[in-house]
Design a protein around this ligand. Structure first.
Ligand code: UDX
Length: 464
């Protein structure tokens, strides 16, 4: 017998618990370092916590550890470098070490659409949660951030209970993430709401410590049950998607009635109950979230017997996909019915500006469809050229706007980068074979382009 307890005895008698109000600042692990996880890890370090980012992909981990963000996200590179230098942030593939070290584990892995149905593929979420549970060495809070079908958290709780070592106390809660690509840093550091689902008073207090910075700034906190928190995220995305498909449906009425949907949207937007955001008619929504999230919700709503919600979202999806077909039609019209051997200049490949993400990009979808109809398509995007080429290597790629429109029979503006809105229409007209422009995002100044000699087509803007 010694008079003093060894460190090991202390750990055994008083297991480290982050749930106690006087526990030291919680250490954070973030599992999954894609758009969501990488940004979240950097933001947590920026908020003053010690953080480890974990990924199974050694290339991603090596890049992040070397201060390189493996995708384009404004402001993230600088913040990553700053936080690595602060010593608070590191990255690893060693999940056991990370879980043994940290107190709060954020699950930020992807939930893609399954190959065979509209359902979300939960394999990565299950694998990450299992890895956490298997490697726990002390009390911990597991926080789901990934977008999941309602009911997932309850299943994961059972999984954790089956897997975790005896004697360790865990809680699993849901804290959905609402970040937008292109504004990810701002959205993570200054969220417009913080949802905490399925918490006890202890885990709520711990999450409030983690988010003390944004809460002090005034970010509202919504505390709710687990299924409500899971549904908040998918419902938010479903609402945004519905708003876009609504204005696109109205755009077709505008076209038939010779009205201008852009002016109409401005007028609607002045009603504070409606708001102007997400009322830009055009090529519709794409990206890694909205399309798959509404499909997963459709699938889950049907499973739960909520068929009306599902059929509403089915309409939203159909209207959205119809916009792509409509732009292809406009391109065919501009080329007298066939694009075979015609040169098509495509401005934009990313699913929206300020990102290099081309996942389910409407722009690339249209470009590829015209290529399949025999057109010679040349694409230019200020950021997404490389990611686009990796997905669609058979399209032609230009290094600037002028190269993309050279000799074109028709030019399509498919992503609303400022560079395209600010372009000099007269100069571009002189480079084309025939100055036909299709403004698929409703953002060009129609008068400027027609004055410069272009024939102009848009969606829902015959009046323009
Ligand atoms: C979205 C949600 O906004 C975000 O809260 C969630 O966390 C993830 O999904 P993101 O995928 O980054 O974010 O894109 P978002 O800015 O929502 O745009 C989605 C798509 O809608 C884009 O293709 C965009 O071009 C399109 N869109 C947007 C329109 O067609 N019209 C609009 O008025 C607005």
């Amino acid at each position: 017998m010694t008079d003093h307890l060894s460190d090991l005895d202390v750990a055994e008698l008083f297991p480290r618990t982050p749930f106690s109000p006087d526990a030291p600042t919680p250490r954070i692990s973030v599992l999954g370092t894609g758009y969501l996880g990488a940004t979240h890890a950097v933001a947590m370090a920026q908020l003053g916590m010690e953080v480890v980012g974990v990924d199974t992909d050694p290339h991603k981990v090596a890049a992040l550890a070397a201060g390189k963000v493996p995708f384009f996200e404004p402001g993230l590179d600088e913040l990553l470098e700053e936080q690595l230098a602060s010593g608070r942030l590191r990255f690893t593939t060693d999940v056991a070490e990370a879980v043994g070290w940290a107190d709060v584990h954020f699950v930020c892995v992807g939930t893609p659409q399954t190959k065979t149905s509209h359902a979300a593929d939960l394999r990565f979420v299950e694998a990450a949660t299992t890895a956490i549970a298997e490697n726990l060495t002390h009390d911990a809070l597991i926080v789901g951030k990934s977008t999941v079908p309602v009911g997932t958290g309850a299943r994961l709780r059972e999984l954790v209970a089956r897997t975790q070592p005896a004697g360790v106390r865990t809680e699993l809660v849901w804290n959905p993430e609402f970040l937008r690509e292109g504004k990810a840093v701002q959205d993570t550091l200054h969220p417009d709401r913080i949802v905490m689902g399925g918490t006890t008073p202890e885990s709520e207090a711990l999450l409030r410590r983690v988010y003390a910075g944004p809460i002090a700034e005034g970010s509202p906190v919504v505390v709710c049950d687990l299924p409500t928190a899971e549904l908040v995220k998918v419902s938010a995305n479903a609402f945004l998607a519905t708003k876009i498909s609504f204005i696109n449906a109205i755009a077709s009425v505008c076209e038939a009635a010779d009205a201008d949907v852009t002016v109409l949207a401005d007028a609607l937007g002045h009603d504070t109950r409606i708001g102007r955001q997400f009322l830009d008619a055009g090529l519709g929504f794409g990206g890694g979230c909205l399309p798959k999230d509404i499909r997963a919700l459709m699938h889950r709503a049907n499973e739960l017997g909520a068929h009306q919600a599902s059929s509403l979202l089915q309409q939203v999806d159909e209207i959205n996909m119809g916009q792509r077909a409509r732009v292809i039609e406009l391109a065919l019209d501009a080329c007298e019915g066939s694009v075979l051997n015609r040169r098509v200049g495509v401005l934009g490949a990313a699913f929206k500006p300020h990102t290099d993400d081309v996942r389910d990009s409407p722009a690339l979808n249209v470009a590829a469809a015209l290529h399949l109809r025999g057109a010679q398509v040349t694409v230019y995007d200020p950021q997404a050229g490389d990611t686009a080429r990796a997905s669609f290597p058979t399209l032609g790629y230009a290094t600037d706007v002028e190269e993309a429109v050279e000799g074109a029979d028709v030019v399509l503006v498919l992503t609303e980068w400022d560079e395209f809105l600010d372009a000099e229409p007269a100069r571009l007209a002189s480079l084309t074979r025939r100055p036909h422009v299709i403004d698929a995002r409703g953002r060009l100044d129609a008068r400027r382009w027609t004055d410069a000699g272009w024939s102009f087509a848009g969606l829902g803007r015959t009046a323009a």
